[in-house]
Design a protein around this ligand. Sequence first.
Ligand code: PLP
Length: 426
Amino acid sequence: MALRSQLLRIVSNGQQVRYIHELKSMERAGVEKLRDVLEDRLKEIKRAKTWKHERVITSPQDRTVTVKGAEGEFLNFCANNYLGLSNHPEVVEAARDGLAKYGAGLSSVRFICGTQTLHKELEDRLTNFHQREDTILYGSCFDANAGLFEAMLTPEDAVFSDALNHASIIDGIRLCKAQKFRYPHRDLNELEHLLAHSEARLKLIVTDGVFSMDGNVAPVKGLRALADRYRALLAIDDSHATGFFGETGRGTEEFCGIMGAADIICSTLGKAVSGAAGGYTTGPKELITLLRNVSRPYLFSNAPPPPVVAASMKALELVERSNELRERLHQNTKAFREGMKAAGLTVAGDDHAICPVMVGDAPKAVELASGMLLKGIYVVAFSYPVVPKDQARVRVQISAAHTQEDIKKAVDAFAEVATNIGLIKK
Ligand code: PLP
């Protein structure tokens, strides 16, 4: 008997208990097939050793965390909490005020009845922070990237994307109908070759400002020069730079000494700037107006919740108020990189708080991260396909919340564990 009529019969008999019991024991053919298919795929993920183990944190995100099933506190070296604002008292207080004043959420997308004064204030503040013409807020930077290319580019246009760009840029580009070109990581020569041979109407170069697996920086000056030479646009995803990279935290273009280099900046509020959630695109006002009208993650998804918006606004205020947190982050990063080098370990990247400790062999990277955990230091190993084969690493992320003692403790622990597992030869 068909499942639906069987269920109806059971319900109409009023046999609630039997109904639930039978529902549990009946497997729909489609679900049964799905389980078969997924079982194989899940086995494949395990075989490839790319299974993601999620540790459950039982404390706020901070310099130290507690983890379910483990005793004591861990020094946290794997969050994007660059400025230590995720649990900053002023940020938490602002979120609480936002909740009290504006409620938990909007139950609406922005253009129906989901725009509050708070959203407009944050957009204005970001516009001012980046010295751009206008800004549009999204629920996340993933959404900002997913909603940019399809809205902006047509088949007459072309997009040129760094091979190591973030997944959200890759997915955003997949959704658009423009001509698509991928240039080798940070390779200006190859990019120039592609630009020179393109007759597209609009040409958009897009790059991460800082690449999250390597902690290295896009060649912004060279990219700007090429954009100018070939009448192209430059978009930078500054998720790993906004708020803390560059002298005043204006991001990669400031770090590279070329403020205003990007025509479009997409960034996140989920890392240095409050660490709660949210993303945005800032740039020419016509583009932002177009995005408000046609960008799908903006049009078809709920407005960011008021406490989250209020937290980001306060975090941005702290970013602008003083250089103290940025300076502390810089000192911590310098001490970590120098200490690791002195210990005989290789840290990749360009003077950034993302410090990939290079290992090479994937099981060794896991061994190193596990050894660090046993010493009370929370770090994570990354291996293929997240990073290239034979370039497994333990990614360390430094925060302004760390003390110099924390940094020393981490360096000493790395030196000891790396020696014990044979990564450093005595
Ligand atoms: N872009 C880059 C470069 C990122 O590293 C991330 C987050 O990992 C994102 C975008 C997505 O940011 P969000 O968490 O706001 O969606």
